[in-house]
Design a protein around this ligand. Structure first.
Ligand code: P6P
Length: 343
C-alpha cells in the first residue's frame, strides 16, 4: 500500500526532487570527469541564496532597508542589503574552497581566493535593489566559468565569451525564493520551501514560448534609442491594419522581468544609447547569465547586431544593450537591424 492509496493522503508528495538531489543526478551525467567540485560549488551557491532570502524576508522587520551611505564599483547608491548580500556571497564562495576568481558588481576589482579552486564566479548579489523599499522582487544573478588550464586566477579568466560559461542562473526573492538554473543541459526552476530549507524542483525543463505579444522596456529612455530600436517598438504599439497592439509590462528589476519573460514569453530589452553605444546592464554578470538561460530555454539574446554570448568583455564592469526573449519576437528585432544595415 502507498500513501496514494489512503484517503486524504493521496496528494502528499513523498518523492520530491531537491536541488541537491538534482545536482547529484546531473553529476551522474558526467560520471567520468565529474570530481564533485561543481556539485559542491552549486551547493555553496544555494546556501548563499537561502541566506540572502532570509535577510530580505526580515529586512523590513529589522530595518535593513535603506541606504548604507556608500556607493559601489559602478557608482550606484549602495543599499544596506546590497552590502550584506555581497558579503554573504563572498564568504560563501570563499568557504566553498572551489572558487578561484570572484567578480561582484559591488567590488571594483576581481577577488582571487587562496587554494586551488577550479571555478570563476561572476555575480550581481542583489540586482534591482533600488526597488527593495517598494517590496518589488529583486534577485541574485550569477554565471560560472571554469578556471583556464594552468591559470593562477587573473582577470583574463573572466574576460571571455559568455558562451564559455558552464552554468548560469538567478534567484528571485519575492513571495518565495525562485532559483532558475542552467548547467548547459536545459533550464530548471526550483522554489525554496522555507520549512524544509530546501529548493524543490517545481519547473522542470523550462522552455520559453516561441512568441507572445508582451514587450518589456523602459520607454522613458526612448529619446536615447537608435532608429531600429524605435522602429521595432513602434511596430508593436501601432501594428499593421487589423493587428492588436502588444501589452507593455515593465517591473524595473531585471530578474523579475526576466522571470515573467521566460515563463510567459515576449521580449525584454534594455537598449544601448544610440550615441555611446553603451547600455545600462552589465555584460558579464547580468547579460551573459540571462542570455545563457534564455538560449537554453529556446529563446534568443542579442544586441540587435551581435549574439550576446559571442561577446567578450574588455573590463569586468562593461555594459551592453540587450534584447532577449521568445525566438520569433527577437527575430523581428534582428530583421529590422538587418534592414537598417549600412544606413
Ligand atoms: P531603469 C536595476 O537597477 C537594474 O540594474 C535592472 O535590474 C533593471 O532591469 C534596470 O536596472 C532598470 O533600469 O533605468 O529602467 O530603472
Amino acid at each position: 500500500m502507498t500513501a496514494a492509496d489512503i484517503d486524504g493522503l493521496e496528494n502528499i508528495q513523498t518523492d520530491i526532487v531537491t536541488l541537491t538531489r538534482f545536482i547529484l543526478t546531473e553529476q551522474g551525467r558526467y560520471a567520468t570527469q565529474a570530481t564533485g567540485d561543481f556539485t559542491l560549488l552549486l551547493n555553496s551557491l544555494q546556501f548563499a541564496f537561502k541566506f540572502i532570502a532570509h535577510n530580505i524576508r526580515r529586512a523590513t522587520l529589522v530595518n535593513l532597508i535603506g541606504l548604507a551611505g556608500a556607493s559601489n564599483a559602478t557608482g550606484d547608491d549602495q543599499k544596506k542589503l546590497d552590502v550584506i548580500g555581497d558579503e554573504i556571497f563572498i564568504n560563501a564562495m570563499k568557504a566553498s574552497g572551489k572558487v578561484k576568481v570572484l567578480v561582484s558588481e559591488e567590488q571594483e576589482e576581481i577577488i582571487v581566493f587562496e587554494g586551488d579552486g577550479k571555478y570563476c564566479v561572476v555575480c550581481d548579489p542583489i540586482d534591482g535593489s533600488s526597488n527593495l523599499d517598494a517590496g518589488v522582487s529583486v534577485g541574485t544573478i550569477f554565471g560560472v566559468y571554469k578556471l583556464q588550464p594552468g591559470s593562477t586566477g587573473t582577470v583574463e579568466d573572466v574576460l571571455r565569451p559568455g558562451k564559455e560559461m558552464v552554468a548560469a542562473g538567478y534567484t528571485m526573492y519575492g513571495a518565495s525564493a525562485n532559483l532558475v538554473l542552467t548547467t548547459g543541459n536545459g533550464v530548471n526552476g526550483f522554489t525554496l520551501d522555507t520549512a524544509l530549507g530546501e529548493f524543490i524542483l517545481t519547473h522542470p525543463n523550462m522552455k520559453i514560448p516561441k512568441s507572445r505579444s508582451i514587450y518589456s522596456v523602459n520607454e522613458g529612455n526612448m529619446c536615447y534609442w537608435d532608429a531600429p530600436t524605435r522602429e521595432y517598438f513602434e511596430s508593436l504599439k501601432f501594428p499593421k491594419e487589423g493587428g492588436k497592439p502588444y501589452s507593455a509590462r515593465y517591473i524595473g528589476s531585471m530578474v523579475a522581468d526576466m522571470h515573467r519573460t521566460i515563463l510567459y514569453g515576449g521580449i525584454f530589452s534594455y537598449p544601448a544609447d544610440s550615441k555611446s553605444k553603451n547600455g545600462k546592464l552589465r555584460l558579464l554578470y547580468e547579460c551573459f547569465p540571462m542570455a545563457m538561460l534564455i538560449e537554453q530555454a529556446g529563446g534568443l539574446a542579442t544586441t540587435g547586431t551581435e549574439r550576446i554570448l559571442d561577446m567578450v568583455p574588455s573590463k569586468i564592469h562593461d555594459r551592453s544593450g540587450i534584447f532577449l526573449g521568445s525566438e520569433l519576437e527577437v527575430q523581428k528585432v534582428l530583421d529590422i537591424y538587418k534592414k537598417h544595415e549600412g544606413k
